[in-house]
Ligand binder design. Structure first.
Ligand code: GRF
Length: 198
């Protein structure tokens, strides 16, 4: 029985597209829902065009009431009968209570070589630190932000003259390779890490 995947996005959804495109043939999973906290997220239209059900829950009216937002999120996930969640550029921090219900069944992609540079502005921080390598990581989601067990990493070189934008443009294609590779294993119950180099 294929695993049913819900993909949560906040923006353009390029990682969502690479995940959805990978779930074909003998892949052990299928996308059943793409959900965004931003009703204008460009990724929603891309998901619809791929024939995937979509939903949008605007987080703004909830203000600090994360539990209120997550109650609607919970309903959408139950309606889709999702087995696993992939966070793909989802910019809302989830509560520990919500995460505890999905522990071991929720993944996230982060644009740094964790445990370095948890949080935001990862590429600018790597450049400021004078690092030689950068990259991205897929990890299981736990209550501590960007801290769960690492299931995959992809490395790229930092080149002379790089800016945060040029580095992001070099890392993003690696994200599109890494996340599908990790999900294929994870959905089959295999937590062996994936390591890629550009
Ligand atoms: C990606 O770089 C991802 O690592 C980060 O947000 C960006 C989302 O891009 N969390 P997209 O919406 O998947 O194109």
């Amino acid at each position: 029985m294929n695993k049913r995947i819900a993909i949560l996005i906040s923006g353009g959804g390029s990682n969502m597209v690479s995940l959805a495109e990978s779930m074909v043939g003998d892949h052990p999973a299928r996308p059943v829902l793409v959900l965004s906290n931003d009703t204008e997220a460009g990724g929603l239209a891309k998901a619809s065009a791929m024939g995937i059900a979509t939903a949008a829950i605007d987080h703004k009216p909830f203000g600090d009431d994360r539990a209120g937002f997550e109650a609607l999120l919970k309903t959408e996930l139950e309606n889709a009968d999702a087995d696993l969640i992939c966070l793909a550029g989802f910019m809302r921090i989830l509560t520990a209570e919500f995460i505890s219900r999905w522990e071991g069944r929720m993944l996230n992609i982060h644009p740094s070589l964790l445990p370095k540079y948890k949080g935001l502005n990862t590429h600018a921080r790597a450049l400021r630190a004078g690092d030689k390598m950068a990259g991205c990581s897929v990890h299981e989601v736990t209550a501590a932000l960007d801290d769960g067990p690492i299931l995959g990493q992809a490395q790229v070189p930092i080149l002379p003259g790089d800016t945060a934008d040029t580095l992001a443009a070099r890392v993003l294609p690696m994200e599109h390779r890494l996340y599908p590779a990790v999900l294929r294993r994870f959905a089959a119950g295999d937590r062996t890490p994936v390591y890629l180099k550009s």
